[in-house]
Design a protein around this ligand. Sequence first.
Ligand code: SME
Length: 149
Amino acid sequence: MNSELQIAVAKAELLVERQGSVVERLTAVCRLLQALPNYTGVYLYALEGDTLVLKAFEGRLTEHIRIPSGIGICGASVKTHAPVIVEDVLSDPRYLACNLETRSEIVFPILRDGVYLAQIDVDSDAPAAFGANDEAFLGKVAALLEPMF
Ligand code: SME
């Protein structure tokens, strides 16, 4: 992880500890992540029953407020309990489009004792924007957010 991502983890830690409602704090973390290079849109979904429900975001609006588990790249992560990286969303048949600009996407699960609670979904307008560094980074952010779900 580069120093920019390490600093972002430290800032996220401060944001989750500060006062405010859960949604306010989740939104602040989305805003922090969205300021990183190539993090065009950041979306936090909670799994409620069998449906992912959008709780906070920063970036472009999305029509995907509720996503059934198993549908889309987001839903695929629910099924596998694993992160999903898609280098080219336009060639992935699972992709649920929010806009015409997105080129790549990463979804990172937020788990507690193996139970799927929520996920961090990041879109990028750059192709193949995400890799192992982003997985390591989002893993740390997911651990910070886990108590809030
Ligand atoms: N692209 C996602 C849908 C959610 S939006 O990116 C915010 C998917 O394929 O599941």
